[in-house]
Design a protein around this ligand. Structure first.
Ligand code: FAD
Ligand code: NAI
Length: 496
C-alpha cells in the first residue's frame, strides 16, 4: 500500500512536471525576448530560401557577428516528409509549417525577413536582386542588395522532362499549395462522379487517380490515397467509392529504387494487396486534360484516362540557379546544380555557400542532407564570426603598442585555431516511407550494416521519428492532435 502511494505520488509529480515543462516551452517559443539591432560594422549575410537547408542553418547560426537577411517567396518552413498526409486531410496544412519569423525572432541579433523571390545573383559584384511576387504590390517591388556572404538554399523545382501537358494538367506535390490543390481536385472528381446522370465511362475516368513516378513521393501519396478510400470514402460515398482506382506509373523496373530490394518487394506486395495497380517499365510520354499517353517495355503505346493526375518524377534546378550557373560556365559545369567544395563553398563565387537540393553533390536530394549541411554551415559561420572577432582584437592590441608578445601570440594562436575547418561529413540516419494501411518501410543503418523493416512497427517508428523532428512544440502538438482527430472522427470530406 505504501509502495502504491509512493508510485501514485511519483506519477502525479511527473504529470505536473510534464505540464509545467510544456507550458514553459510553449511560452518561451511564443514570447521571444529582446534582440540586438543590426550593426552597420558587421558583415551582411544573405540567406536565400526558408526550406530545410536554410532553416537548419538559421536555427544553429550565432547571429551576433552578422547582419542576417532572409529572402524567400514563402515566409515559413514546411516539414515536407508529412506533406503527402495533407492531400487527403490526414493532417491539416498549417500543422506542418513554422513561420520563418518565429525562427529568426529567437536569434541574438535582429534578422530581416523578406517574403520575396530571388531573381538574380551577381557573384562578381556580390549582389542579390529580389522581387515581391505576391498578389499585393507596394511602390517598391524589385530591389538589389549587396552581400558579404550568401547562403544559397533555394531547393529545386519539379522535373517534367519537357513532357507536353504536365504543367497544364497535372498536380505536383512539393509545396503546401500543391497538397491543397490535390485535396480539392480529388474531392471535385468524387463529387462530379456522384453527380446524377454521369455515364459509367465518365465515372470510371473521374474515379481513376493516376500517380506518375514511383519514387518516395509517388509511393507515399498512393498510400495515403488508399487509406482515404478505405477509411472514409467507403463510409460517406458508398455508391461510388468502389469505383476508385489508383494506378502508379514508373519508368524503371521497380518502385523506390533507392530502398533495399526486400523493401521494394514488400511495398509492391502491399500495393497489390491494397489494389493499387503498379505499372513498371512504363513511361508517360504525353499528358492530356483527361488521359495520359504511356509507352510500355514493348514500346507499345496506349491512353490511360484519369480524373486526377499527380506528377512526382523528381527534381530539376530552378531558373535562378540555372542563371547563376550560366555566369560561371568554366567552373560550374553540372546542370544538376551548384558544385561546392568540401566546406560547401560554391566553386568560383567568393563568399557564396550552397546547401540542399540546389547543389550537385554525391548525396541524394533529401531533407536529411540539407539540414545536416545547414547545421554544418552554421558552424563554419561561427568560426568566420570568431575569426573576425580575433582579427579585431589583434588589430587593437597591435595598435595600442603596449600588448605583451605572449598576449599577441595567444590571440594569433586562437585565430589560427578557428581558421582551420573540418570538411562536411554526412551521417545517414536511414530512409523511411509510409506506404498506406498503417504500414511503413524503414532502411536503417544499424550494427555496421543495414536493417530493413516493413509493417506496423515501422509505421510507429516512422510516426515517432517524424514527430520528434518537427520544428516546434506547436507543430508536434498540432500533428498529434490531427492524428487523434482522424482516429476519432475520420477525415473531413468537405470541399472548401
Ligand atoms: P527546400 O526545402 O525545397 O527549400 C527551398 C526554399 O527556397 C523554399 O523556402 C523556397 O520557397 C525557397 N525558394 C525557392 N525559390 C526561391 C528563390 N528564387 N529565391 C529565394 N528563395 C527561393 N526528404 C527526406 O530526407 N525525408 C523525407 O521523408 C522526405 N519526404 C519528402 C516528401 C515530399 C512530398 C517532398 C516533396 C520531399 C521530401 N523530402 C524528404 C525531400 C526534402 O523535402 C528535400 O530534400 C528538402 O526540402 C531540400 O531542402 P532545401 O532546403 O534544399 O530545399
Ligand atoms: P525521385 O526522383 O525519387 O523519383 C521519381 C521517379 O519517377 C523515378 O523513379 C523515375 O524513374 C520516375 N519517372 C521519371 N519520369 C517518368 C515518366 N515520364 N514516366 C514514369 N515514371 C517516370 O522523385 P521523388 O519521389 O519526388 O523524390 C525526390 C527526392 O526527395 C528524392 O531524393 C527522395 O529520396 C526524396 N524524398 C524522400 C522521401 C522519404 O524519404 N520518405 C519522400 C519523398 C521524397
Amino acid at each position: 500500500r505504501r509502495a502504491w502511494t509512493l508510485v501514485s505520488r511519483g506519477a502525479i509529480l511527473a504529470a505536473i512536471g510534464a505540464v509545467c515543462t510544456f507550458v514553459y516551452v510553449t511560452q518561451t517559443e511564443t514570447n521571444p525576448g529582446d534582440q540586438l539591432p543590426q550593426d552597420p560594422t558587421k558583415k551582411t549575410l544573405v540567406v536565400l530560401g526558408s526550406g530545410w537547408g536554410a532553416t537548419s542553418f538559421l536555427k544553429h547560426l550565432d547571429t551576433e557577428e552578422f547582419n542576417v537577411i532572409v529572402i524567400s517567396p514563402r515566409n515559413y518552413f514546411l516539414f515536407t516528409p508529412l506533406l503527402p498526409s495533407v492531400t487527403v486531410g490526414t493532417l491539416e496544412a498549417r500543422s506542418l509549417i513554422q513561420p520563418t519569423r518565429f525562427i529568426t525572432r529567437h536569434k541574438k541579433r535582429n534578422v530581416l525577413v523578406y517574403e520575396a523571390q530571388g531573381q538574380d545573383v551577381d557573384p562578381v559584384n556580390k549582389t542579390v536582386t529580389f522581387s515581391d511576387n505576391s498578389e499585393i504590390q507596394g511602390a517598391a517591388s524589385t530591389v538589389t542588395i549587396a552581400y558579404d556572404y550568401l547562403v544559397y538554399a533555394v531547393g529545386c523545382e519539379n522535373q517534367t522532362f519537357g513532357i507536353k501537358g504536365v504543367a497544364d494538367h497535372a498536380c505536383f506535390l512539393k509545396e503546401l499549395s500543391d497538397a491543397d490543390k490535390i485535396r480539392q481536385r480529388l474531392m471535385d472528381c468524387i463529387e462530379t462522379a456522384a453527380f446524377p446522370g454521369q455515364t459509367e465511362e465518365e465515372i470510371n475516368r473521374l474515379m481513376h487517380m493516376v500517380v506518375v513516378g514511383g519514387g518516395p513521393t509517388g509511393v507515399e501519396y498512393a498510400g495515403e490515397l488508399h487509406d482515404f478510400l478505405i477509411d472514409d470514402l467507403r463510409k460517406w460515398y458508398p455508391e461510388i467509392a468502389d469505383k476508385l482506382r489508383i494506378t502508379l506509373i514508373e519508368a524503371l523496373p521497380n518502385v523506390l529504387p533507392a530502398f533495399s530490394k526486400e523493401l521494394i518487394r514488400y511495398t509492391e506486395s502491399t500495393f497489390k494487396e491494397n489494389e493499387i495497380e503498379v505499372l513498371t517499365r512504363t513511361m508517360v510520354k504525353d499528358v492530356g486534360a483527361k488521359s495520359v499517353l504511356v509507352q510500355d517495355a514493348n514500346k507499345e503505346e496506349r491512353e490511360i484516362p484519369y480524373g486526377l493526375l499527380v506528377w512526382a518524377t523528381g527534381n530539376t534546378s530552378r531558373p535562378i540557379t540555372r542563371n547563376l550557373l550560366a555566369k560561371l560556365p568554366n567552373i560550374q559545369t553540372q546542370r544538376r546544380g551548384i558544385v561546392v567544395d568540401d566546406y560547401l563553398s560554391m566553386l568560383g563565387a567568393d563568399g557564396v555557400f550552397a546547401i540542399g537540393d540546389c547543389t550537385a553533390t554525391q548525396y541524394a536530394p533529401t531533407a536529411q542532407v540539407a539540414s545536416q549541411q545547414g547545421q554544418y554551415l552554421a558552424q563554419v559561420f561561427g568560426r568566420i564570426g570568431l575569426k573576425s572577432k580575433y582579427e579585431r582584437k589583434l588589430a587593437k592590441l597591435r595598435e595600442s603598442g603596449d600588448a605583451s608578445p605572449e598576449k599577441l601570440e595567444n590571440v594569433v594562436k586562437k585565430l589560427n585555431r578557428v581558421s582551420k575547418l573540418t570538411p562536411f561529413h554526412y551521417s545517414h540516419q536511414g530512409s523511411l516511407a509510409y506506404i498506406g494501411s498503417e504500414k511503413a518501410i524503414a532502411d536503417l543503418p544499424l550494427f555496421n550494416g543495414n536493417v530493413a523493416s516493413g509493417g506496423g512497427a515501422a509505421m510507429l517508428f516512422w510516426r515517432s521519428a517524424y514527430v520528434s523532428t518537427l520544428y516546434s512544440v506547436r507543430n508536434r502538438t498540432l500533428v498529434l492532435a490531427d492524428w487523434m482527430k482522424v482516429k476519432l472522427f475520420g477525415r473531413d470530406v468537405s470541399r472548401e
